[in-house]
Each structure stands twice: as structure tokens, then as C-alpha cells.
Design a protein around this ligand. Structure first.
Ligand code: NAD
Length: 700
């Protein structure tokens, strides 16, 4: 149970934060520390206190499970504890054996002395949630570590090893072994040597070049400042630490903290943080259930995706065998992998040793005999059911029983693929996104018969290879690409009616997308969408599509890889230049359709793009393809460049208000292609009830 443990070592009281896994500062721990301090103060035989954390962590900060609950603000609050420790009448020495983050580091900074293991990571990551440290972190760290270091840590949120701060006042002693005995030793000396009760608040900061430094810092974050208010406030708070008395600085910090906490950006970023946590949980399946061991992996196909997929496992230290149909295809694919690693090596982001090790873990083969013992096989061959069927029949015959057989298909029916084997329970979709070694998202497609332990293992694999796994059900395009199809269809209708690619891309990039739809399409390759549309034209003959994207593809304008797509490209350059050829096609299509082109403003573009996503998302949610609305948000943020400060399409919809969205959709439905605006029943129902996607649960 969460608590703070109290033990006596001679004249020293040792208080240990104990709340696995990271000794978070939940109410029980805060109360435990306050009680233990009271006890230590009352005990005349105690001359000093050591404050530490159980296991290899000091304290990971606030307790996430209390977010939004009364316990979070219940007394004693973290700031009360900080005051209690700093004002304690006997010396308090922090012993850091590992991670001290956020509130954990803030508490440590209130101790009179700090002893740390050299490898202990310390940091103030609050900025990543759109806030700033709110318990004195912005005022004490500049006093202890110096304003420049403090500013870097607070604005980036990135933790630093204690070793790197050994020469600052943040640490009195950095050790290479257990910090607790070293801190106890320190504490024993404190009284006889009359060591003062040092308080960070009393330290003066000398910083002659303050003005120039803060100007420079503001310049550096300026490009992001519009969408992310927290880094700017962090700079202001550190400046306050340098220029104002401590108590004034604390007031500034508190006001800035409250302002940021209520900002839409922070609400969105906090939503994303919890959404990512929630994505790894499967309703009805307890965590800690059985999993299958994955010590070796095989990848079938060394094309665009196969090579990148293999790199993920090599990066995680897992041996991978890549299988191809010809030596030439294998050499080509593995050549790309080598080139990728060489690039990272040249940039200095990979050591020669790691380069050799990772490349050494990837082997090529043309024979299924070499992959028969693999624990996990990921198929990444052409997106063609016949080819996939052949591959899965061979896998079924050749690969050992119990191995997980995964497909990287983007759109095909996973249940049909699983049906090509005699072990459909072992089959799952592991849908990586291009570039597969970079993009964070992994859609885990759960087939009708996918076994629970296969699903649980897939989520664990996602973590192991540092991806964000989101579970999706079987349908055309799963979560991400199904929504993307509706989005692109709507964007193409905008072209029919009056907009140009650049106007649409600009509007959505201003909204915060990393790239607008047409720049994305040119990067990914327009042929991919073309192939999908050709299939959709056959499967859904009544569904209208604009002809413009097909006409662009008929000219071979597949995007950057062919030097032309929605935009023109100069040889070797990625700069998207408006294309006269494309504009001519667009105008011709409008006139063929008898549409009088009209000027379409940025707001309408953004609303039509977002609401097309949201409407399809609502459908996906109601069908149970996504487990929860926040999973859809994670898919869009981790895989499709959706701005995290907007929280994802479904969070955004809730914040706009579902009745407002329905109203806008009804008004669009009075215009061009009204059928595209038929509201998903769930959206209509929630809008009528003034409900939200976040609050909705599918009844099973
Ligand atoms: N390219 C993307 O952006 C992307 C994104 C997500 C998922 N996917 C999916 O990943 C899969 C692969 O796509 P890609 O873009 O890497 O294709 P690709 O054409 O670049 O590569 C496919 C590779 O598979 C090999 N191959 C074909 N048949 C084979 C067989 N029977 N045995 C072994 N190897 C065989 C080919 O030689 C080729 O090297 C598809 O299902 C696709 O839908 C692609």
C-alpha cells in the first residue's frame, strides 16, 4: 500500500516514499511523509532525517491516478510538504538512487542537502503536459543549478543524469553506489559539524547577462509559441527567479501554473497523455495476463515497410530474419536498411558499436526453413489478397506451432487472411506506418479469432519497440485509414467546388497539422490512394468521389517520387510548388460538373476536414472498431500528424460541442455532395443529448 516508511538508524530517521512503481506523491504518501516528519521532530533522539524512495526510484512526481480527483488537491498538498521539509528544524538530506521527476525533484530541492547516485535521472517534465512545475521548481532550480541549466531543463522537460549536475548546488554529493548510506553518513556529520540548514530559497542568483539570455531563449521557442504557451511561461518564470525575491517568484509561478492548467492546449496535452496510457488497456482483459515469448522475429518482404519493421526489432536488440522472393529484392531492401543506419551513424546519433550490433541482428534469407523457428512473423508483402494468402499458407505449414503470425496489411480483411491458416487464433494485424522505423503508431488489428495472449503480446511488443499500440477491429482501413479515406474524399470535393490544394494545405497546417492532405499525399505516393479508390469504386459503386485525384494519377503524377504530384518539384528538392497542370485539371472538372467555383475560406476548409474525420470516427466507435474515443485520438496524433495541442479529432469534437458540429454538418449538407454529411447515428444521438464522445461507452 502507498505510504512513507519510517525507520531509525542510530540518530538518523530514514523516511522512504513507497508507492510502486515510481513512488508517486499520492495523498497517502504525502500524508505519510508529513506524519513521519512530525515523528522525527518530536523524537529528541533523532538529530537528522534522510528522505529517500523505495527501490531504484526517488519519486516520479504527482500520482497520475489522482488527476482530476479530490485526492489531488487534498491536504497535505505538495507545496505544504515542500514548506514543511524546507522549514524543518533538523537537517533533511535527500538520497536519490534514481528518477526524481516533477514534484519528486521539487521535494528534493526543499531538502537542506542532496546526495545522488551518479546515474539518477532528474527533471521537470511538466512542460510536456502544457504546464510548468507548480511547487517551486521554477524558482529553486535556477538557484541550485544556475539559470541556464535550469531553463534548458524546464523548457525541454528532458531529464538529466545527476552526474552532469555534480558541479552545481543541486547536489552536495554525487556517489557511484547506493545513495542512502552516503546520505546517512552525511546526516551523522550534520549535527557535530554544525552544518547549516541550507535553503534553496535563500540562495541569490547572479546572472549578469540575463536580459540577452532570456531574449535569446524567447527567440528560440518563438516558432512554437503560438500553439504551445507553456515554454514561454517557463521562461518568464525562470526570469522571475532571477529578477525577483523568492516569494514574489513563487507568486508568479503559481499564477502562471493556474493559467496554463486552464489553457485549452494543456487540457489537450493532458488528454493525450492519459489517452496513450488508456490505449494499452483492453476492456475485459486484465493486465498481467499470459503472453507469448518473443525472442526472434521474421519479416516477409523487404520493401518500403519490411525494412523499417525489421529495424524496429534490431533497435530493440531482437534478431530479425527478412525473407524475400529474390536475391536482388533482398539485397535492395537490406541495402536501404544499411543506408538508413549509416545516415544515423553519420549524424552521430548512433555509435559504431551499436551500428555493427544492430546491422548484425538483421539477416536475409530466401528460404522459409530459416524462419521456421521464429516466435513472431510479420508479413509485409504486396497489398494483394492472393499474394498474402499464398504467404500465410506457407507460414501455416512451415512455422512452429505457437508462433504469432502477423500481417501489416493496411486495408485487407484480416479475418480472411487468418482463414488461410489452420490457426487463426495466432493471427493478428500489426499495422506499421511509413516510415516504419520512425512513426510511433502501431495499429494492432484484432481479428474475430485472435487469441487474448496474442493480443496482449502484441501490445507488449509495441512497448518493447517504443511504439504506441492501439487496438482496432477488422474493417476496411481499420481506424486510421478508414477515417483518412473520408477526409481525403471531402478534401477532393473542396477542389471540385472552388479550393486549390495550396489553400487547403495552408488552412490545415495553420490549424496545426504537420502537413496538409495534398502535401502528405505527395510524400506517401498518390498511387497508394489511387489503388484504394479503384477498389472502392468497384466495392461501393454508389459512393461518389471527385475525379480529380484519379486524373492526377493517370498522368503518372504520383508525388515526390515521380517529381510531380499535386505539386511540382524541382529535381532533388522537396519544396512543393503550385502546379499549372493540376490547376487546369481542377478547373476542367468543376466546369464538367457544372459548378460555379466559389472562394472557400480557411474556416470552412478546416471544419469540413475535421467533421469528415469526426463523423467517420463516430461510426467507427459505434461499430466497436475502436475501443474508446481516445484511442482514435491517439491513432491520429501518433500516426497522422494531427496536432497534439488539439487533443485528437474526437477530443476536439467534444470541445467544439457535438450539437455545434451537427449543426455545421447540416448546413454543409445543403451544399455540394450532401450524402457525405449524413450524420453517424452515434453523433446524432450524442448531439441530441448534449453528450460527448469521451463520456460514451459501448454497451456490450
Ligand atoms: N507503404 C506504406 O506506406 C504502407 C503503410 C502501412 C502498411 N503498408 C502495407 O505494407 C505491405 C507492404 O507494403 P510496401 O509499401 O512495403 O510494399 P513494397 O512493394 O514496397 O514491398 C513489398 C515487398 O514484398 C516482396 N514480396 C512480394 N511477394 C512476396 C512473397 N510472396 N514473399 C516474400 N516477399 C514478397 C516484394 O519483393 C517487395 O520487396 C502492404 O500490405 C501495404 O499495404 C504499406
Amino acid at each position: 500500500m502507498a505510504s512513507a516508511d519510517y525507520t531509525i538508524r542510530g540518530p538518523i530517521a530514514v523516511i522512504t516514499l513507497d508507492n510502486p512503481p515510481v513512488n508517486a506523491l499520492g495523498l497517502a504518501v504525502r500524508q505519510g511523509v508529513a506524519d513521519a516528519l512530525e515523528r522525527a521532530e518530536a523524537d529528541a533522539s533523532v538529530s537528522a532525517v534522510v528522505l529517500t524512495g523505495a527501490g531504484a526510484t526517488f519519486c516520479g512526481g504527482a500520482d497520475e491516478s489522482e488527476f482530476g480527483l479530490p485526492a489531488m488537491i487534498a491536504s497535505p498538498h505538495l507545496t505544504d510538504l515542500c514548506d514543511l521539509v524546507e522549514g524543518f528544524p533538523k537537517p533533511v538530506i535527500a538520497a536519490l538512487n534514481g528518477l526524481a521527476l516533477g514534484g519528486g525533484l521539487e521535494l528534493a530541492m526543499c531538502c537542506h542537502y542532496r546526495v545522488a547516485l551518479a546515474t539518477a535521472q532528474v527533471g521537470l517534465p511538466e512542460v510536456k503536459l502544457g504546464i510548468l512545475p507548480g511547487a517551486g521548481g521554477t524558482q529553486r532550480l535556477p538557484r541550485l543549478a544556475g539559470p541556464e541549466r535550469a531553463l534548458n531543463m524546464i523548457v525541454s522537460g528532458t531529464p538529466v543524469a545527476a552526474r552532469e549536475l555534480a558541479n552545481t548546488a543541486l547536489f552536495d554529493h554525487v556517489v557511484d553506489a547506493d545513495a542512502v548510506p552516503a546520505a546517512v553518513e552525511y546526516a551523522r556529520r550534520a549535527v557535530p559539524e554544525k552544518l547549516p540548514l541550507k535553503k534553496a530559497r535563500d540562495l541569490e542568483v547572479h546572472f549578469p547577462n540575463a536580459e540577452a539570455f532570456f531574449d535569446f531563449a524567447r527567440g528560440a521557442i518563438a516558432p512554437l509559441a503560438k500553439n504551445y504557451p507553456a515554454p514561454g511561461k517557463c521562461i518568464d518564470a525562470v526570469e522571475a527567479a532571477v529578477s525577483r525575491p523568492f516569494d514574489d517568484g513563487m507568486k508568479f509561478e503559481r499564477a502562471a501554473f493556474t493559467e496554463l492548467l486552464n489553457s485549452p492546449e494543456s487540457k489537450a496535452l493532458r488528454h493525450v497523455f492519459f489517452a496513450i496510457r488508456a490505449a494499452s488497456k483492453i476492456p475485459g482483459m486484465p493486465s498481467g495476463g499470459p503472453q507469448r515469448p518473443v525472442g526472434s522475429v521474421a519479416v516477409i518482404g523487404a520493401g518500403t515497410m519490411g525494412g523499417g519493421i525489421a529495424m524496429n526489432f534490431a533497435n530493440a536488440g531482437v534478431p530479425v530474419t527478412v525473407l524475400e522472393t529474390s536475391q536482388a529484392a533482398l539485397d535492395k531492401g537490406l541495402g536501404v536498411v544499411r543506408k538508413n543506419y549509416e545516415g544515423t551513424l553519420k549524424k552521430g546519433r548512433l555509435s559504431q558499436k551499436d551500428f555493427d550490433h544492430r546491422l548484425g541482428l538483421i539477416k536475409g534469407t530466401l528460404s522459409y526453413d530459416d524462419i521456421a523457428r521464429a516466435d513472431l512473423v510479420i508479413e509485409a508483402v504486396f497489398e494483394d489478397m492472393q499474394v498474402k494468402k499464398q504467404v500465410f499458407e506457407i507460414l501455416d505449414a512451415k512455422v512452429k506451432p505457437g508462433a504469432i503470425l502477423a500481417s501489416n496489411t493496411s486495408t485487407l480483411d484480416l479475418d480472411k487472411i487468418a482463414g488461410c491458416t489452420h490457426r487463426p487464433g495466432d493471427v493478428v494485424g500489426l499495422h506499421f506506418f511509413s516510415p516504419a522505423n520512425v512513426t510511433k503508431l502501431l495499429e494492432i488489428v484484432r481479428g474475430n479469432k485472435t487469441a487474448d495472449d496474442v493480443l496482449a503480446t502484441s501490445l507488449a511488443i509495441a512497448k518493447q519497440i517504443k511504439k504506441i499500440g492501439v487496438v482496432a477491429g477488422v474493417c476496411d482501413g481499420f481506424i486510421g485509414n478508414r477515417m483518412l479515406n473520408s477526409y481525403f474524399r471531402q478534401m477532393d470535393f473542396l477542389l471540385d467546388e472552388g479550393a486549390l490544394p495550396l489553400e487547403i494545405d495552408r488552412a490545415l497546417e495553420t490549424f496545426g497539422f504537420a502537413m496538409g492532405p495534398f502535401r502528405v499525399a505527395d510524400l506517401a505516393g498518390n498511387d497508394i490512394g489511387w489503388a484504394i479508390r479503384k477498389r472502392l469504386h468497384v466495392e461501393y459503386p454508389d459512393r461518389p468521389f471527385s475525379r480529380i485525384p484519379d486524373r492526377i494519377c493517370e498522368l503518372g503524377r504520383f508525388g515526390q517520387k515521380t517529381g510531380a504530384g499535386w505539386y511540382d518539384y524541382k529535381p532533388g528538392e522537396r519544396n512543393a510548388l503550385p502546379s499549372e497542370v493540376v490547376t487546369k485539371i481542377i478547373l476542367e472538372e468543376s466546369s464538367r460538373l457544372g459548378l460555379a467555383r466559389r472562394k472557400i475560406g480557411a474556416q470552412e476548409i478546416v471544419e469540413r476536414a475535421l467533421y469528415a474525420l469526426v463523423n467517420e470516427g463516430a461510426q467507427i466507435l459505434e461499430e466497436g472498431i475502436a475501443q474508446r474515443a481516445s484511442d482514435i485520438d491517439v491513432v491520429y496524433i501518433a500516426g497522422y500528424g494531427f496536432p497534439d495541442f488539439r487533443g485528437g479529432p474526437m477530443f476536439y469534437a467534444d470541445s467544439v460541442g457535438l450539437p455545434n458540429i451537427l449543426r455545421a454538418m447540416r448546413s454543409f449538407a445543403r451544399g455540394y455532395q450532401p450524402d457525405a454529411w449524413r450524420p453517424a447515428p452515434l453523433l446524432a444521438k450524442l448531439a441530441a443529448e448534449n453528450g460527448s464522445f469521451a463520456g460514451w461507452r459501448k454497451q456490450s
